[in-house]
Design a protein around this ligand. Structure first.
Ligand code: OFO
Length: 176
């Protein structure tokens, strides 16, 4: 059983992960409209990843017998539509999420909540990957000198990204 403070904190993280999903879904729509189908694909996969992150937390609360409490998800706000600025925004967003995950790790340690401390390790590792993915795309853009031809190739490359997480959440959490 989790403390009330930890339960609230994990519920907050569910909201933040769902906000991330919502943000990337909105970005995907915008990029698709602009004709960058590959970038839109990458962002749509990212949307699914964020939903998986949220639902993994949801499942953890259920497994711990703690109440899931869903709050309103904020309207996704972004104004970046140029590819480089968009991925800079993605990287900044992910750095913020990494900080949020570290807060949970710190709380778990403070509360001697070893189960949550172990559980949250997956997210700490995942955030390294999330930041790395955005950084590598930015590095590629810089290497190409932000050229139109380079962005065209990058768009094709990002269009190849495939979903690597489950998108069916019916069996997550609440298991016997
Ligand atoms: Fe859930 O990792 Fe991105 O936000």
């Amino acid at each position: 059983m989790l403390s009330k403070k930890m339960t609230d904190r994990i519920n907050l993280q569910i909201n933040r992960e769902m906000y991330s999903a919502y943000l990337y879904l909105a970005m995907s729509a915008r990029m698709g409209e602009a004709g960058y189908k590959g970038v839109a694909n990458w962002l749509m996969i990212q949307y699914h990843e964020e939903m998986f992150h949220a639902m993994k937390l949801y499942g953890y609360l259920e497994d711990q017998g703690s109440a899931v409490a869903l709050e309103a998800i904020a309207k996704p706000e972004f104004k970046e539509t140029a590819i480089k600025e968009l991925f800079q925004r993605v990287l900044e967003h992910e750095k913020g999420v990494s900080g949020s995950i570290r807060e949970i790790a710190a709380l778990a340690r403070e509360e001697k909540d070893y189960a949550t401390e172990a559980f949250i390790q997956w997210y700490l590792t995942e955030q390294v990957e999330e930041e790395k993915n955005a950084s590598e795309i930015l590095q590629t853009i810089d290497l190409m000198g932000n050229s139109a031809q380079g962005l065209y190739m990058l768009n094709i490359e990002l269009g190849k990204r495939k979903l690597g997480v489950p998108s069916d959440f019916t069996s997550m959490g609440g298991e016997d």
